[in-house]
Design a protein around this ligand. Structure first.
Ligand code: XMP
Ligand code: MG
Length: 179
């Protein structure tokens, strides 16, 4: 285990089991459809690549990078598009894939802009949900697991761009933030 990690919340095996369940639900709901899967960079990258390989139907992939201003562990109210989609969402069944829904600001912003771009349907799959911190009333359609109000890293998620490549999800030691 990485020395900066206080505890592991989800091992790779735990994550695999979560993904198998979500992929089953998504495959059933999208039978006969070929959704546009929108991966929200960078945090959702590992989750998206593992998830889509478990789906029954083929999907198209696109990527969007958004940032909410703020410091490393607290988002602010403002959402900014860093990289937009290459594909038009008009008339498409859009499945947004997120790493974690926290305040809900990012998600409510994305849903709003995909609506104005005339997506046929918009659903959200998130690996983790932190419902305690919600500011915007927004819910994901597919939730991997609910997490307590702790800052988590690994499996795509970072602290100051570190720890994304850990194969598990864990909580950082408090002294890492204080440095
Ligand atoms: P909002 O507040 O808009 O935030 O729902 C969603 C984005 O905030 C980031 N986030 C985290 N990143 N560990 C992280 O590495 C966390 O515990 C965490 N909580 C929120 C993340 O980028 C997410 O997409
Ligand atoms: Mg993110």
């Amino acid at each position: 285990m990485n020395d900066d990690i206080l505890k592991v919340l989800y091992s790779k095996q735990d994550i695999d089991a979560i993904i198998k369940r979500l992929a089953g639900e998504i495959s059933r709901d999208y039978a006969g459809k070929n959704p546009l899967v929108v991966c929200i960079l960078k945090g959702a990258i590992m989750f998206m690549t593992d998830l889509v390989r478990e789906l029954d139907e083929y999907v198209e992939l696109d990527f969007m990078d958004v940032s909410s201003y703020g410091n490393a562990t607290e988002s602010s109210g403002e959402v900014k598009v860093i990289k937009d989609l290459d594909t038009s969402v008009a008339g498409r069944d859009v499945l947004i894939v997120e790493d974690i829904v926290d305040t809900g600001r990012t998600l409510s912003y994305l849903i709003k802009i995909f609506k104005t771009r005339d997506a046929k349907s918009i659903k959200v799959c998130t690996l983790m949900d932190k419902p305690d911190r919600r500011i915007k009333t927004v819910e994901a359609d597919y939730v991997g697991t609910q997490v307590p109000n702790e800052f988590v890293v690994g499996y795509g998620l970072d602290y100051a761009e570190r720890y994304r490549n850990l194969p598990y999800i864990g909580v950082l030691k408090p002294e890492i933030y204080q440095n």
